[in-house]
Design a protein around this ligand. Structure first.
Ligand SMILES: [Zn+2]
Length: 232
């Protein structure tokens, strides 16, 4: 290895160590769901508003806005979550990753389910969000089932649903992109019930009595079988 390369390598490692060290992670109970990408979590005895980093959910007036909120609620409401702080936004909200007690990263799960956009402007380097979104588009999940979904940041600016200026073009690849992520269970969440022996997709009629998110891997390892109605 040339010395310049070695320098860059060490610089990279040092940079990673410093940024990793600078990240704060804390734990608290989720006490409120504002919408799909904004929740409130108890921190040092008070409610702290958390905006999910790197994603943007459809607004409540948009298609899939309510679904995104329900998804977030099901994943974290009244649960003890872990917050990895990335930033504080101009409204004073903490911006971060939200991890469920099951070890799932809510930011990633929302994008994987087609219930949030990768907010590329604010998280240009998050390749996991990028590839999860490409996979969701490829599989036409959630909002990607629509021909021309409007990015929520455009919707907010225009206050209208007419004339999307950023169209979504179907990817031409025939194989879904692979996901690389620092977390091992990402983007393949299924749901189980307290008594059933099957695992399901969100929204399955057999989940009316409550749904617990779990990774497909864990569900299979624990002997759950795919539901024949929702074909997860
Ligand atoms: Zn099912």
């Amino acid at each position: 290895m040339k010395s310049r390369g070695r320098f860059l390598l060490w610089f990279g490692i040092a940079f990673f160590a410093v940024t990793a060290y600078a990240q704060t992670t804390w734990v608290g109970k989720c006490v409120r769901i504002e919408d799909g990408d904004t929740i409130a979590v108890l921190h040092n005895g008070r409610e702290e508003k958390i905006r999910l980093f790197g994603i943007d959910c459809p607004e409540s007036g948009q298609d899939f806005g309510q679904k995104a909120k329900a998804f977030t609620s099901n994943m974290v409401y009244a649960k003890t979550v872990s917050i990895t702080v990335m930033d504080v936004d101009k409204y004073g909200r903490t911006v971060g990753y939200v991890k469920t007690p099951e070890g799932l990263v809510l930011n990633y799960e929302l994008v994987a389910a087609g219930l949030a956009w990768w907010y590329e402007k604010y998280a240009p380097n998050d390749q996991t969000l990028k590839s999860l979104q490409e996979k969701a588009q490829f599989e036409r999940r959630g909002l990607w089932s629509q021909p021309n979904p409007i990015p929520p940041w455009e919707f907010r600016r225009n206050g209208t649903t007419t004339q999307p200026s950023v169209g979504f073009t179907q990817p031409t690849t025939q194989t879904p992109p692979q996901t690389q992520t620092p977390w091992n269970t990402v983007g393949d969440t299924v749901y189980i019930t307290r008594t059933g022996k099957k695992f399901h997709r969100m929204g399955c009629k057999y989940l009316s009595s409550g749904a617990t998110p779990i990774s497909r891997q864990d569900a299979q390892a624990r002997g759950y079988q795919p539901c024949s109605a929702c074909k997860p």
